[in-house]
Each structure stands twice: as C-alpha cells, then as structure tokens.
Design a protein around this ligand. Structure first.
Ligand SMILES: Nc1ncnc2c1ncn2[C@@H]1O[C@H](COP(=O)(O)OP(=O)(O)OP(=O)(O)O)[C@@H](O)[C@H]1O
Ligand SMILES: [Mg+2]
Length: 211
C-alpha cells in the first residue's frame, strides 16, 4: 500500500447537493491507485458517533436546543477523530470526510444563528489541530438540491425551512471567503462526471505537492 504524508479532505454542501456521490467516487479512485483511504460520514463513522447521529437526526427530537445540537455534532466528531481519523493520519493514510467542521459553522452558526465565536471555541476543544488540507464545497442552489431529495424521508435537519437552508448555503460561501485557499468550490449543477474531473484535478495537484 502506498503511504504518503497524511491527507485529510472534507466534502461539504447543503442536503442533496451531491457531496456523497463525489466523495464515494474519489474514494474508489484513490483505492484503485493503491492508497490507504478511509471514508467516514458525519455525524457518524464510529459506534458511538452513529448513536449520536440517531439522536441528532430523529424527527421526534423537536425540543432539541440549538446549543445541544451543536455540542452533539462536536461530540460525535471528536469521537470520530479520536477513534479513526487521527490513527489513520498517523499511519500516513488518506481520510475523506463526508461533512466536517464547516457543516457546524454553516448549519448551527449561520442556519440556527448561534454565535460563530462559541462554535469556534468548542471546535478548538473538540477537533484541535485536526484541520482539512482541502475542503470540496459542492455549491448547489436549493431548488436543484431539493429535486435530488424528492423520494427520501427527510431527517430533522433536512426538514428545515427554505430560509434555514439558504442561510446555510450562504454560510458555506462565507467560509470560502474567509479561507479561500482551503476550498475547491464546485458548481453542483454540473454533471456528476464533470464534477468528478474537477475533484480529481485538484486532488492530483495536492498529491503531487506532497513530499
Ligand atoms: N451533479 C449531479 N447531477 C445530477 N444528479 C446528481 C449530481 N450529484 C448527485 N446527484 C444525485 O442527487 C442525489 C443526491 O446526491 P448525494 O447523495 O450525493 O447528495 P448529498 O449532498 O450527499 O446529500 P445529503 O446531504 O442529503 O447526504 C443522488 O441521487 C445523486 O445520484
Ligand atoms: Mg450524503
């Protein structure tokens, strides 16, 4: 198996934007090239994190306060990092994350209007120095994303109103403005194949730049 300098790549975007499609394709491409690669979805990826996921996404949990929600996302994330992500990075492997810290800033910060400062403070405790080398934002208009979720039963966050989703999308774009060099922003209206080529071009560049 090829080992490299550890590489952490996260995928972000609103529900139905096309994140999972792209990160699964990248996963298979990199596995095919002989790299050690791991793909985890957030919230989730460990036994404990999946249990937290169930609480977070359960539509019966209408009473959940925004701060409880934010803390549970970070609890799930810290467990994933401790159990899976850091050990894999220490082995020199590649970790792909289907959502990471930007989701909390976009959804709980911009969507739920929690203080961004409080989110970054918790992030410091929960994720510390574990930071993505690259974040791929699949930026998809709400209307397009919604047509891609037509037949599925919506979870607690997916069932939020259009204003919430618009604030979340804008929150992602604000994160890009704050840290442009970390992001690759894709137009989610493009075809799956065209987006895949754009992802690969950027990842190849990143792999070439590693020592
Ligand atoms: N670029 C694209 N063009 C057309 N359809 C797409 C595109 N990308 C993904 N899809 C389709 O849209 C649906 C949702 O895609 P996907 O599951 O990747 O979104 P997601 O961002 O992971 O959503 P969620 O946040 O809800 O997990 C799937 O049926 C997928 O095949
Ligand atoms: Mg998905």
């Amino acid at each position: 198996m090829k080992t490299i300098r550890p590489l952490l790549i996260s995928f972000e975007g609103i529900d139905g934007s096309g994140k999972s499609t792209q990160c699964k394709m990248l996963y298979h491409e990199l596995i095919g090239r002989g790299y050690g690669v791991h793909l985890y979805r957030e919230p989730g990826g460990t036994g404990i994190s999946e249990k937290i996921r169930d609480i977070l996404l359960d539509r019966e949990n209408e009473a959940m306060s925004p701060i409880t929600e934010m803390l549970l996302y970070f609890a799930s994330r810290n467990q994933l990092i401790s159990e899976k992500v850091v050990p894999a990075l220490e082995r020199g492997e590649i970790v792909l994350l289907d959502r990471f810290v930007d989701s909390t800033v976009a959804y709980q910060g911009h969507g739920r209007s929690l203080s961004l400062e409080s989110i970054w403070n918790v992030a410091e405790v929960a994720i510390g120095e574990v930071w993505p080398d690259l974040t791929i934002l699949v930026d998809t208009p709400l209307e397009t994303a919604e047509t891609r979720m037509d037949d599925r039963e919506l979870d607690r966050l997916e069932a939020e109103n259009a204003d919430f989703k618009q604030r979340t999308r804008n929150g992602y774009l604000q994160l890009v403005k704050d840290e442009p060099q970390r992001f690759l922003v894709l137009d989610g209206r493009e075809s799956i194949d065209k987006l895949k080529q754009q992802v690969l071009a950027r990842v190849d560049q990143l792999l070439d730049s590693l020592p």
